[in-house]
Design a protein around this ligand. Structure first.
Ligand SMILES: [Zn+2]
Length: 405
């Protein structure tokens, strides 16, 4: 049997194992109601051992979870033992959200119409199952890969990866010569290889004026009115100053959006004394977020002086994008070639909003690509993984494990 046929022969077992994984709850404990990833690690470690992998559980101390947060590693040694191609899957999931929106129990995998429904089936169970069975095919075909093949099933991806990929990086699990595939984003055709991402920043603004009766505006300072003007001024300044384009990205420019608005006064006849609004920005990696903050600061000073308000600004979240993985790196080229051969499509190589385990790896100089064939149902009710995609992606991964140099 060739690799593809071997993988196809596993389909039933892949479905069974993904269903089992869904039933072992691993909601991220930092998202309010979670269990940690231990149940899944205890289920998966013996399976990796049985495959003949060298396994290791790296536990990160988490003050919220007495037993710590487990990261499971499994390695198949290659001809060259100094380098490893890693497949990164995350074990934690987001909460179910509104249970009423689910057609079935989110933790009791439901199979219908070629799909496996359940929380975490796609995000990120599919990655765990496809990489695991790809490696099994390599093992059973008696292939010794050119480099080590590593499986890293990590914790804590959904709330910032402090106890997951970032902890593993701190512990020097990865070497600069290593490479990584992160099957945690993609499209329905598997036609997009992500090698880059934008920086992201969330800002909160609080404009403080003076609350008074609406009939006596001269006695107060309308924070809502100044807030609106200020928001539009910031919006305009950012769009004017950061209008350049980079075709690697979709959309090919930085985005700056005024988003959330907090409620102010309850009655119509009161001039609000405070105004709170938020912005979401996704910035091309060549720009420094500090320059953006400086530009906003200048506007803030102008508005404070001109309208006699106080404007407080808080960085709610910030992620500075690492340099992109070279689109011509052998890892990207091999992946693109395998996809072309098996899918008859020419994948697009580019960047998106970002936010996967690939970013921290790129930050320490490890080439990382994000790829998978998914309908993007992550975090939604009735999240699912397509059975056909399990097989198709596992074939691609097995082929890469065989070819990578
Ligand atoms: Zn994910």
């Amino acid at each position: 049997m060739n690799l593809a046929e071997l993988v196809k022969s596993y389909e039933g077992q892949m479905v069974e194992m993904l269903s089992k994984l869904v039933s072992i709850k691993a909601v991220n404990p930092r998202s309010g109601e979670g269990q940690s990833e231990w149940g899944r690690v205890k289920f998966l470690e013996p399976i990796l051992k049985e495959l003949g992998l060298e396994t290791q559980v790296v536990v990160a101390e988490d003050p919220l979870v007495p037993e710590g947060r487990p990261n499971l590693l499994g390695i198949l040694p290659g001809k060259d033992r100094s380098r490893t191609l890693w497949f990164i899957g995350h074990l934690d999931t987001v909460p179910v959200g509104d249970l009423k929106l689910w057609s079935h129990d989110p933790f009791d995998a439901y199979i219908h119409d070629g799909k496996i429904y359940g929380r975490g089936a796609e995000d990120n169970g599919q990655a765990v199952i496809t990489s695991l069975f790809a490696l099994r095919a390599i093992k059973e075909a008696g292939i010794t890969p050119n480099v080590n093949i590593g499986l890293a099933f990590v914790a804590d991806e959904e709330t910032g990866s402090t106890y997951g990929i970032n902890y593993l990086i701190q512990q020097k699990i990865f070497k600069p010569e290593d490479m990584a595939i992160v099957p945690d984003s993609g499209d329905s055709e598997g036609s997009f290889i992500e090698v880059a991402e934008k920086s992201m920043m969330w800002l909160k603004f609080k404009v403080i004026g003076k609350q008074v009766h609406a009939s006596m505006p001269t006695l107060g300072i309308n924070a809502h009115k100044v807030g609106m003007m200020f928001a539009l001024a910031v919006d305009e300044a950012l769009h004017d100053n950061y209008a350049d384009r980079d075709q690697l990205f979709e959309p090919p420019f930085s985005t700056f959006e005024i988003t959330k608005k907090e409620a102010n006064v309850e009655n119509i006849n009161t001039i609000p004394g405070t105004d709170v609004f938020y912005m979401d920005m996704r910035v091309l990696p060549e720009h420094d977020l500090d320059d953006i903050l400086e530009l906003i600061d200048e506007l803030r000073t102008t508005f404070e002086y001109e309208y006699k308000v106080k404007i407080e600004m808080e960085v709610v979240q910030r992620g500075d994008a690492p340099a992109p993985t070279d689109p011509n790196h052998p890892l990207v080229r091999t992946l693109a070639q395998v996809i072309e051969e098996y899918r008859n499509i020419k994948p697009k190589v580019g960047g998106i909003g970002g936010g996967t385990c690939a970013a921290p790896l790129r930050k320490v100089g490890i080439p990382a690509v994000v790829w998978g064939t998914i309908d993007e149902t992550a975090h939604q009710p009735d999240e699912y993984a397509k059975i056909e995609n399990l097989t198709k992606d596992a074939i691609v991964f097995a082929e890469i494990m065989r070819r990578i140099e």
